[in-house]
Design a binder for this molecule. Structure first.
Ligand code: ASP
Ligand code: MG
Length: 422
């Protein structure tokens, strides 16, 4: 069993979908494969606008926005399909109707619930089109509604996986039948009450890893529009290079510091079962891509990551007492309550400094909560620059940087927090 994940960019237009079919056709005969499909292009962003309009009780606007998404998908299906068009059309209409029914109601439940019921149609539509296009090309694929397999709690928009039931269902659905190529959706799941859920933006990578784990896949491949994992964003760093081999730990570190490589939740399910993760280029499938596995003693180039929109919060004890376990516990209780994860922490004698993503509302709440126990200062408009495996030249350059408000260094990682250029 192998798992392939195709992201939104790889199926954003007709030519790309045709390219993806070639990759599917090249799966070796006799190999079982699960193909995890994201929504086409920027569909999820467009669906988010539908949810916003609906929730603000602008029903006509919501329906109009949805109509545009419908027409885009119908156009793609019409272009790609001849024999299979009618069956595909009927399936798509079912998916549209489900959303339209909901849009005709008034919102009475929480925003996140509606978000998941509406946004999930992006993946249902794209996977339906790809499935029928495979059939049109003579591939005997089987379409699976992942909501019958991937069961979650009802923490809408960030649903937690119910692993034991998911494993059981996935094995029943994907392993016990004669089919060899399955097409299903990334990013979405369902509660045991059959309500749709989503796993958080960019969650399709995570779906591929979950299925890889429970089906004990040989490998999981993520098909992207880049050669493989890069050492930095090539748009910002001319010295960015492609990295052929990485290990799980390095990728987790990279994701933590803000590299937009792979959804951070993807690694653990694969690492636990020693399943290699391949990052492959759909524009040129013959390129080797990047392999991420358990390798030790790898030599890495300097990996550079910029994270914008950071804030630095300084918590200083009110009575000038030393910072001890109790103060740290208090700070962590506030962070946990608001589901905030620090990007960097520095301890001083009477203060703790924490760098966080600037989610303005939550930062205000945190500052208010903490003000009872600390003197709190908030500094905004910062940028966190992290370099792993830095060289002497990079060290010198970073030492010469101006407007630095915090600096941290270990033998492997060097970080500076500096004022963001406006
Ligand atoms: N379609 C979803 C998103 O755009 C999930 C994904 O692409 O992984 O966030
Ligand atoms: Mg995507």
């Amino acid at each position: 069993m192998i798992v392939y994940k195709f992201g939104g960019a790889s199926i954003s237009n007709i030519e790309r979908i045709q390219q993806v079919i070639q990759i599917i056709e090249n799966i070796e005969a006799g190999e079982k494969a699960v193909l995890v499909i994201s929504a086409m292009g920027k569909t999820t962003n467009a669906l988010e606008k539908v949810v916003d309009a609906f929730f603000q009780q602008k029903a006509t606007e919501a329906l109009q926005l949805f109509e545009v998404i419908k027409q885009q998908h119908l156009t793609v299906a019409k272009y790609l399909l001849v024999k299979e068009y009618n069956t595909c059309y009927a399936r798509m209409i079912d998916i549209f109707t489900e959303v339209e029914w909901l849009l005709h109601d008034k919102p009475v439940r929480a925003y996140d619930y509606y978000y998941d019921q509406i946004v999930c149609c992006g993946e249902l539509l794209s996977s339906t089109i790809i499935h029928f296009f495979c059939k049109e090309n003579g591939l005997n694929t089987q379409w699976i509604d992942i909501r019958d397999v991937l069961l979650t709690d009802n923490n809408f928009r960030d649903a937690g996986i119910i692993w034991d039931i998911t494993a059981q269902k996935a094995q029943q659905v994907f392993l016990n039948t004669a089919h060899s190529i399955y097409i299903t959706q990334g990013f979405i799941g369902a509660t045991t009450d059959n309500e749709s859920t989503t796993l958080g933006r960019e969650g399709s990578d995570f779906t591929a890893a979950i299925l890889g784990n429970v089906l004990e896949a040989k490998s999981v491949s993520i098909w992207k529009d880049v050669e493989g994992v890069m050492s930095a964003d090539p748009k910002m760093f001319k010295e960015a290079v492609y990295i052929p081999e990485l290990n799980y730990n390095e990728v987790i570190e990279m994701a933590y510091y803000g590299a937009q490589v792979i959804h951070p939740k993807t690694i653990k399910p694969l690492q636990n079962k020693h399943i290699p993760l391949l990052v492959k280029c759909f524009l040129n499938p013959s390129l080797p891509g990047t392999i991420i596995h358990n390798a030790k003693h790898l030599h890495f180039p300097p990996i550079q990551i910029l994270k914008d929109k950071q804030v630095l919060i300084t918590f200083q004890s009110l009575d000038f007492s030393f910072i001890g376990g109790q103060s740290i516990q208090n700070i962590y209780a506030f962070l946990n309550a608001l589901k905030l994860i620090p990007n960097l922490i520095q301890f001083g004698a009477i203060s703790v400094q924490i760098c966080l993503d600037d989610k303005a509302e939550k930062i205000n709440e945190l500052a208010m909560l903490a003000a009872e126990k600390f003197d709190v200062q908030v500094q905004k408009n910062l940028q966190l620059f992290t370099v792993r495996h830095y060289t002497a030249a990079i060290l010198n350059a970073m030492n010469a940087e101006e407007n630095v408000v915090l600096r941290q260094q270990t033998p492997i990682t060097l970080q500076i927090l500096k004022l963001q250029k406006q």
